[in-house]
Structure formats: structure tokens, C-alpha cells
Design a protein around this ligand. Structure first.
Ligand SMILES: NC(=O)c1ccc[n+]([C@@H]2O[C@H](COP(=O)([O-])OP(=O)(O)OC[C@H]3O[C@@H](n4cnc5c(N)ncnc54)[C@H](OP(=O)(O)O)[C@@H]3O)[C@@H](O)[C@H]2O)c1
Length: 237
């Protein structure tokens, strides 16, 4: 069942590995996709890969670290497509290392990359969702958000922050027709992870398509009964 036809979805991190799969899945489902990107990213690759979507895919430069830039982006989406039904906040990044070797700047960078990018985008789309009393927000956290382990402090702190943000907002908007959830992938099966972990068995990892399917469901009108959920999507580990 597909109820995404005509839906307007903002996707951050569209230029990434997961981003490609999620953009593809939303476009296949008939949605309109608006993706903010930064200069020098793989935006041309996306433009070419999904050229067939025509005006249903709109890519616009915006700074995920800047509230004014993101507010402007959201206003442009509404001018172009009339509304924002869903946000898939995929932008984020990973770094590993023991606490003894991870300075505060590295922690701040992970917080900026994972929490601030989600926070600014959520604050930009929220007024537009509230105005229509409808919205779906899906954040991407990660397995270490549930439990830190050696060499993951910075990433675990940041992704736990994403989950706490999701829970707080879900509680704030639960009576306004807006749902807020997070997916917690383990390792995603993509070429960079395969290259970095040559001895691992990628069949155990979650594929971008599997993760995209969960994100699509949570972004759809029929997911009205799920909010405030941190959903493990671990594949087969
Ligand atoms: N890979 C995994 O195994 C794994 C596991 C669990 C969770 N996750 C999470 O899943 C999400 C997608 O991961 P991925 O593997 O697809 O990563 P990826 O290929 O590195 O893509 C990351 C995306 O986020 C964007 N991004 C990162 N920092 C940004 C910033 N400060 N401002 C604007 N855009 C920014 C990147 O934009 P540019 O193209 O401009 O760099 C890119 O589009 C991330 O949130 C990641 O933490 C990944």
C-alpha cells in the first residue's frame, strides 16, 4: 500500500548513501522531494540520477547549521509545493575514537553534524506543519544512541541527543497531528562501510533500501499511531 503520492517531503542528507535510497523510494512512491544541500556536495550526482523525476525533485543550497537559512529554505518549499507533509532528517556523520583521544572540538563537531542539523531543520518545518495540523518527522539516530561502547563516545552522545530531541518534540506536538520518530540503524550496507570493514559480513547489516522502507512508513499518513518511538533497524546483527 502506498499513500505517499503527492506528499511533500523535505529530506536532509539526500546526497549521502542512505539519502540516495530514501530519495529514490519517495520519488518512486509519487512524492515531491525538496532537499537542502551544501556547496561542493554530491548534488549534481543526485540531480542526474533522478533527472526523470522532473519538477518533483527540488534541490536547493541551504545551511543546515543556520536557522535563518533553513527557515528560508522551508518557506521556499511551501512557495513551490504548497506545504510540507514530512521531514526525513538523514544528515549526520560518524567519528570514532577513545575519550582520551577525542577532544571537545571533536565532540562539538559531532553534535553540530548530527543534532544541530536536525534541530534547525525541525524548527524550520514545524511552523508549516502546525499551520495545517499535520506532519511526519523522522530522524536518523544510530544504535550507539541506546548504549555507548568503546570508541563511540562522541557519536553515542550526539545520536542519543537526536533521540532525546525526537522524544521531547513528540511529546510537545502529540495533540497537533504531528508525529515524530527516529530510526536507529546498526551498520548500513554501503561501499564506504564495506571498504572500511573488509572482514565483516555485510549481509548482516541493514541495507539502505530496508531502512528507507521504515522511514517511508513513518513518513506516511497511515503511520498516525506511532510517535515518540526510537526504532531499532539493525538488520541481522
Ligand atoms: N553509515 C552507517 O553505517 C550508519 C549507521 C547508523 C546511522 N547512520 C546515520 O545515517 C545517516 C546517513 O548516513 P550515510 O551512511 O548515508 O552517511 P553519508 O553517506 O556520509 O551521508 C551523510 C549525509 O549528511 C550530509 N551532512 C553531514 N553533515 C552535514 C552538515 N553539517 N551539513 C549539511 N549536510 C551534512 C552529507 O552532505 P554532503 O554530501 O554535503 O557531505 C550527506 O548528504 C547519518 O545520520 C548517519 O549518522 C549511518
Amino acid at each position: 500500500m502506498n499513500d505517499l503520492g503527492g506528499q511533500v517531503v523535505v529530506i536532509t542528507g539526500a546526497t549521502g548513501h542512505l539519502g540516495h535510497a530514501v530519495v529514490a523510494a519517495f520519488l518512486e512512491g509519487g512524492a515531491h522531494v525538496a532537499a537542502p544541500h551544501r556547496d561542493g556536495s554530491g548534488v549534481e550526482e543526485i540531480r542526474q540520477a533522478f533527472a526523470g523525476a522532473g519538477e518533483r525533485l527540488w534541490l536547493e543550497a541551504a545551511d543546515l547549521g543556520d536557522e535563518t537559512s533553513m527557515a528560508r529554505f522551508a518557506e521556499s518549499v511551501v512557495r513551490r509545493f504548497g506545504r510540507i507533509d514530512a521531514l526525513a532528517a538523514l544528515a549526520g556523520g560518524f567519528a570514532a575514537g577513545p575519550v582520551a583521544d577525542t577532544n571537545v572540538e571533536a565532540i562539538r563537531a559531532l553534535f553540530e553534524q548530527n543534532v544541530v542539523t536536525a534541530y534547525t531543520t525541525i524548527r524550520a518545518v514545524l511552523p508549516h506543519m502546525r499551520a495545517r495540523a499535520y506532519g511526519r518527522i523522522v530522524c536518523v539516530a544510530a544504535r550507539p544512541a541506546l548504549h555507548g561502547a568503546k570508541n563511540t563516545a562522541g557519536y553515542a552522545i550526539a545520536k542519543a541527543g537526536v533521540v532525546r530531541l525526537m522524544e521531547s518534540l513528540a511529546d510537545e506536538v502529540k495533540d497537533e497531528g504531528i508525529t515524530v520518530n527516529a530510526v536507529l540503524p546498526s551498520t548500513i550496507d554501503h561501499p564506504v562501510n564495506r571498504a572500511n570493514m573488509p572482514k565483516a559480513d555485510p549481509k548482516k547489516w541493514v541495507s539502505p533500501g530496508e531502512l528507507a522502507a521504515v522511514i517511508l512508513f513513518l513518513s506516511s499518513p497511515r503511520a498516525s499511531g506511532v510517535t515518540g518511538a526510537a526504532i531499532p533497524v539493525f538488520g541481522r546483527v
